[in-house]
Design a protein around this ligand. Structure first.
Ligand code: ADP
Ligand code: MG
Length: 696
C-alpha cells in the first residue's frame, strides 16, 4: 500500500514507536514532515584532494597509504594512523576504537576517508572521519553527487535520514501539490517558480544531482531554495495571524479608563508627557477597554520613557480592581521598576508587591497570599511572577519589559493563571526596535506602537572610539576630571560569553585597579554574582551620588536610570553587538548635561566590529541602529537567543534571507484575497506539527 503524506512516520520502514519519539523532537511526526525536513548543508564527497593540497577547515575526501598506526597515551588515549600519498601526509585520529579497528590499520593498506581537515600537533589531522580500507589503491570520491546533511537530534543518524527521505521521495513526493499560485508572487519569484516546480525543488534539495553546485546550494540562491524560502515565510506569517485570531477568541477583563485618576497621576509627575508618550498611552488605554486580550509591543529607544506608559496601563487595571504585574528579565531592572512605581503609586495609595526568585520565604508567602486573595493589585518582579506557585485573584494585565515576546512555555504558564477562555492583556516593551519588514513578518500576531520621540532637552551622547592599548591611561585621567566636576561615571567591563563568574572576576580586577589609580574617588562595583541586597545597596549609593564611579559588568545594560551619570567607558567594545552597545550607552545622556561615551577596543579590529563602532559614533538613533544591525549581522541575534521559544525554520534563514522579508506580507495578502483556501494547508505543511505553539 502506498504511503500517504498524512500518515504518521511509523508508516515508514525503519521507524518504530521509539524512533517516532526521537523524530518528534525535531517536529517530524508525519510523512509530509519528512519531506519538508530539508538538509541544512551539503558535503562534497565527490572530489579527492591530494594530501599536499589540504588546508585547515576543508571538508574533503582524501586517499592515502598507511605508514604507521599506533595508540598514544596523551591527555586522552588515541589511535593515530599516519597516511601519505606522495604529495604530503595526514594523520587520522580516533578517540573511540576497538581492538579489531586497531588491528585493521596495517602498514601498506590504502585508506579513503572523508572528514574535516584541522591542524594537529605535527601535521594536518582528521578526527573520526568516515573511512574505507582497501588493499589496492582506490580511485574517485566517496559519492557521485553532493551529500545532503540533515539537521538532526540524538539517536537519529544521517544514514537513517537518507533511508527515510529515500522512501518518501519515491512514494509520497508525487502527492505534493502546489499551494502558492504564481500570480500571487512578486515578479522575482515567478521566475523561480517557473524554473522549479515544488516536487522538483524538494527532489533536488534532498538529492542534488550531477549539475548541482555546492556554492549555490550553500548560499541558497538557486530556484529550488528561493521558491521554498518564500513559501515557508508566508506560511509562518499566516500562522502568526492565525494565532492572533485565536487569541482574540478569548475574553479579557474589560478595563475602563478612570480619566480623572489618570490625569491626577500625570499631574503628579515632575515632567510633561511627550506627544509620542501620549499617543502610545492612548493606544494602550483603548486596548485595555476591549473585551478581547490585546497584545501590544511598545518599542521606544532607551530613555524614551516607556515606564510611565506602563504605569498608566497599570493604573487603568488597578482602578478596575483587577491585578497587574510588571516583569523584567533581570532582578536589577525589576528592582529599579519597583522603586520607580513605589515612588509614583504610594502617594495614590496603591501598594506595590515584589516577587523574585531570591525573595526571602516569609516575604514571599505574604505576597503570594495577597495576590491570591486580591488584596494586592500590583506586583513587580522577574519571571517568578508567572511561575506555578503564584495564583492570582483576577490577573488582567501583564507587562513584560525588555523582551520581544513570550516564549511558548511562558505563554502557557500565563494561560494557567486565568480561568479557561479568559486571558490577560499583554504589553511588551523593548528598546531594541524591530525593523518594519521584520515586524510585519514575524510579529504579525501583535500590534506595535512606537515612542518615536525623546523627552525634550536630551542631548545626543557624544561617542568616541579608541584603541585601549595606547589610550587607556588618558581615559582614566578623563574619568578623574569628570568626577572632580561632580559628574558620575560608568565603567563597563568586558563581556565574557557564557561565564558570569569570569565576568565578575574581571570586573573585580578592574575595580581594584581603578580604585588604586583614582584613590580620591569613591568607586563602586556591581556584577551578576553579587547578592540582590548587595547590588541594590551599591545601586542606591550610586543613585544617591555617594559613589563617583560604578565599575560594572553588562548587567547594567537595561533600565538603570541615573540622570547625573554623564560619562561611560566601555571596555572591549569590539566584542559587543550593536544593539547591546546602544542599550549600554543609553545609561548616559539621561540628564541635562552633555554626555559622553568612550568605546575602548582591543586590536586587531575585525571588519564587522569596525563597522559597528563606526555606526555608534555616527548615530544615536535606535531605529537607524537596528536597521544597521540587521544589515551587518542579520535578524538572527535580533530575535535570537535572548528569547526562548523563538521560531526555527525548515529552510528559511532570517539572516541570509532578509531580502525576502519585504515580500512576505504582500504575498500573504494576495493569497488571502485570491486563494484563501490554501492558507490552512500552507500552515499545516510548514508549521503544522508546531500547532501547540499557535495555540499557546
Ligand atoms: P525607557 O524607555 O528607556 O524605559 P524610562 O521610562 O526609564 O525610559 O525613562 C527614562 C527617564 O526619562 C526617566 O528618568 C523618566 O523619569 C524620564 N522621563 C520619562 N518621560 C519623560 C518626559 N516626558 N519628560 C522628561 N523626562 C521623562
Ligand atoms: Mg526601561
Amino acid at each position: 500500500m502506498a504511503i500517504r503524506l498524512s500518515d504518521p512516520v511509523t508508516a515508514l520502514t525503519g521507524v518504530g514507536p521509539q524512533m517516532a519519539v526521537k523524530l518528534a523532537r525535531v517536529h517530524v511526526q508525519r510523512v509530509e514532515d519528512v519531506l519538508f525536513h530539508l538538509p541544512n548543508r551539503y558535503e562534497d564527497r565527490t572530489k579527492v584532494t591530494e594530501l599536499g593540497a589540504l588546508l585547515p577547515g576543508m571538508a574533503t575526501v582524501i586517499i592515502g597509504q598507511i605508514e604507521v598506526a599506533q595508540v598514544v597515551y596523551g591527555r586522552r588515549r588515541s589511535l593515530l594512523v599516519k597516511l601519505s600519498d606522495g604529495t604530503g601526509y595526514l594523520t587520522m585520529r580516533m578517540f573511540y576504537f576497538n581492538r579489531a579497528q586497531e588491528k585493521a590499520f596495517q602498514r601498506g593498506l590504502w585508506l579513503k576517508a572523508f572528514g574535516e581537515v584541522r591542524q594537529g600537533p605535527s601535521s594536518f589531522e582528521m578526527i573520526h572521519p568516515e573511512y574505507r580500507i582497501s588493499s589496492s589503491e582506490p580511485s574517485g570520491g566517496m559519492d557521485s553527487v553532493l551529500t545532503p546533511v540533515y539537521p538532526t537530534t540524538e539517536g537519529v543518524s544521517q544514514a537513517l535520514w537518507r533511508k527515510l527521505t529515500d522512501q518518501v521521495l519515491k512514494q509520497a513526493l508525487p502527492q505534493v501539490v502546489e499551494l502558492i499560485q504564481q500570480d500571487c508572487l512578486p515578479d522575482q519569484y515567478k521566475l523561480a517558480y517557473q524554473t522549479s516546480g515544488l516536487q522538483q525543488a524538494l527532489q533536488i534539495l534532498h538529492r542534488p544531482d550531477g549539475d548541482s553546485s555546492l556554492g549555490e546550494l550553500q548560499a541558497a540562491t538557486g530556484a529550488a531554495h528561493q521558491r521554498l524560502i518564500i513559501e515557508e515565510l508566508v506560511a509562518h506569517h499566516f500562522s502568526l495571524r492565525k494565532s492572533k485570531a485565536a487569541r482574540e477568541q478569548d475574553r479579557a477583563p474589560r478595563l475602563s479608563e478612570d480619566k480623572n485618576r489618570a490625569s491626577r497621576f500625570i499631574d503628579s509627575l515632575p515632567f510633561t508627557l511627550t506627544n509620542a508618550q501620549q499617543r502610545v498611552a492612548r493606544e494602550v488605554a483603548n486596548d485595555l477597554e476591549t473585551q478581547n486580550p490585546s497584545l501590544r509591543l511598545i518599542q521606544g529607544d532607551v530613555g524614551s520613557g516607556k515606564t510611565v506608559v506602563a504605569a498608566l496601563a497599570i493604573l487603568q487595571a488597578v482602578s478596575n480592581n483587577t491585578q497587574a504585574v510588571l516583569m523584567a528579565p533581570t532582578e536589577l531592572l525589576a528592582e529599579q521598576h519597583y522603586q520607580t512605581l513605589k515612588a509614583w503609586f504610594e502617594p495614590l495609595h496603591i501598594a506595590v508587591g515584589w516577587l523574585a526568585s531570591k525573595t526571602p520565604a516569609k516575604q514571599k508567602t505574604s505576597t503570594l497570599n495577597a495576590l491570591k486573595t486580591g488584596q494586592l493589585l500590583l506586583a513587580v518582579g522577574t519571571h517568578a511572577l508567572i511561575q506555578e506557585a503564584v495564583d492570582y485573584k483576577n490577573l488582567a494585565l501583564v507587562i513584560i519589559d525588555e523582551q520581544h515576546r513570550f516564549g511558548v512555555e511562558q505563554r502557557l504558564a500565563l494561560r494557567a493563571k486565568t480561568p479557561e477562555g479568559v486571558a490577560p492583556h499583554q504589553l511588551v516593551m523593548t528598546a531594541t526596535p524591530i525593523p518594519r519588514t521584520l515586524a510585519m513578518t514575524l510579529y504579525a500576531d501583535l500590534d506595535v506602537s512606537s515612542i518615536d520621540e525623546l523627552p525634550p532637552g536630551r542631548k545626543m551622547v557624544e561617542t568616541v572610539v579608541m584603541p585601549a592599548e595606547s589610550r587607556r591611561a588618558d581615559v582614566v585621567e578623563r574619568v578623574k576630571t569628570a568626577c572632580e566636576q561632580g559628574r558620575q561615571v560608568y565603567w563597563v567591563c568586558p563581556l565574557i560569553d557564557e561565564s558570569e563568574a569570569l565576568e565578575a572576576q574581571a570586573a573585580t580586577e578592574v575595580h581594584a585597579e581603578l580604585s588604586g589609580a583614582l584613590s580620591k574617588l569613591n568607586v563602586g562595583l556591581v556584577h551578576g554574582r553579587l547578592k540582590p541586597k548587595e547590588k541594590e545597596t551599591v545601586m542606591a549609593q550610586f543613585r544617591a551620588g555617594e559613589l563617583d564611579m560604578l565599575v560594572a559588568t553588562t548587567v547594567i545594560e537595561v533600565g538603570v536610570d541615573v540622570p547625573n551619570a554623564s560619562l561611560m567607558v566601555v571596555e572591549n567594545a569590539e566584542r559587543m553587538g550593536l544593539a547591546q552597545l546602544h542599550q549600554l550607552r543609553g545609561r548616559v545622556g539621561r540628564g541635562s548635561e552633555q554626555s559622553f561615551c568612550i568605546l575602548l577596543y582591543n586590536t586587531p579590529l575585525g571588519a564587522i566590529a569596525k563597522k559597528r563602532l563606526q555606526t555608534l559614533r555616527e548615530t544615536n538613533d535606535g531605529f537607524l541602529i537596528a536597521e544597521k544591525d540587521l544589515e551587518i549581522r542579520g535578524a538572527g541575534e535580533l530575535l535570537g537567543t535572548r528569547q526562548t521559544g523563538s521560531v526555527s525554520f525548515k529552510i528559511a534563514d532570517l539572516m541570509r534571507d532578509q531580502h525576502v522579508l519585504a515580500h512576505v506580507a504582500p504575498t500573504a495578502n494576495k493569497i488571502l484575497q485570491t486563494h484563501p483556501q490554501t492558507v490552512e494547508p500552507l500552515i499545516e505543511r510548514w508549521v503544522g506539527s508546531k500547532e501547540d505553539y499557535v495555540n499557546a
